[in-house]
Design a protein around this ligand. Structure first.
Ligand SMILES: Nc1ncnc2c1ncn2[C@@H]1O[C@H](COP(=O)(O)OP(=O)(O)OP(=O)(O)O)[C@@H](O)[C@H]1O
Ligand SMILES: [Mg+2]
Length: 238
């Protein structure tokens, strides 16, 4: 091993685990959708979840986001166990540390694109309103919506709405980004630039990215690809 390699090895911090899923089970009615899922995601890493339609990918993401409760098992977000956390603490954790881009997690119709993006910072009094405003505009420009800042969701296309949701999820520079096919509705070029934006967040801010995708080209960029099958995760560990 070279001196430099030694140096890097000995001085690098231990990898921080930001998501830990332990033996999570979930059923709807008589059907067991998740049959004991284990998964870990580390800071700055991109993990892609693949698997057939109906295999439970969105259900798993919803449980990690604390939007749904598992029947059994545990989820830890940055070492904090979700089970037993108050709704208020959960909401604070979600607002401060978790960016969510889900299919049904829609925009607020009465707000402009920019105000939708600024919404998660409503309580972030540590940053001035002007700085937040500038960041919101910069993010919307980065997702290609610099000309649509003051449009309301109803006057935006589906892909444009999705990009607003992505900008909103990035607004607080989250530690964790949970994304359910975020580039699914986008054309190839826009999808690729949005993906770059998400990956860049991992590189610059150490955000851990957990993304459901059906696109092998997207998964090819992930450090870890896991597959959901029959209610379990087969392959891989972050
Ligand atoms: N609230 C619910 N009530 C009853 N069944 C549900 C509920 N949510 C999900 N399911 C069922 O759980 C299964 C897994 O759904 P889920 O949305 O997690 O799949 P998925 O892997 O995300 O699929 P896709 O790739 O199509 O998005 C499906 O069969 C679905 O019908
Ligand atoms: Mg889904």
């Amino acid at each position: 091993m070279s001196d430099t390699a030694m140096l890097v090895k000995t001085t690098s911090a231990p990898t921080q685990e930001i998501i830990r899923v332990e033996r999570v089970k979930k059923h709807y009615g008589d059907v067991e959708i998740l049959k004991g899922v284990d998964l870990t995601v580390s800071a700055g890493k991109f993990t892609a979840i693949m698997g057939k339609s109906g295999s439970g990918k969105s259900t798993l993401l919803g449980i990690i986001a604390g939007l749904e409760k598992p029947d059994e098992g545990n989820v830890f977000i940055m070492g904090q166990k979700l089970d037993g956390m108050s709704d208020r603490d959960m909401a604070t954790l979600r607002r401060r540390s978790i960016g969510i881009v889900f299919q049904g997690f829609s925009l607020i119709p009465s707000l402009t694109a920019l105000d939708n993006v600024l919404l998660p910072t409503f309580f972030a009094t540590e940053t001035s309103a002007e700085r937040r405003h500038q960041r919101g505009i910069a993010l919307l420009k980065q997702v290609g919506l610099g000309e649509r800042l003051y449009y309301h969701p109803a006057t935006l296309s589906g892909g444009e709405q999705q990009r607003v949701a992505i900008a909103r999820a990035l607004m607080n520079s989250p530690s964790i980004l949970l994304a359910d096919e975020p580039t699914g509705n986008l054309d190839q070029e826009t999808g690729a630039s949005v993906l770059e934006l998400l990956l860049d967040l991992g590189r610059t801010h150490g955000t851990g990215l957990l993304m459901v995708t059906h696109d092998p080209d997207v998964a090819a960029k992930a450090g870890n690809v896991v597959e959901m099958k029959d209610g379990r995760i087969i392959d891989g560990h972050a």
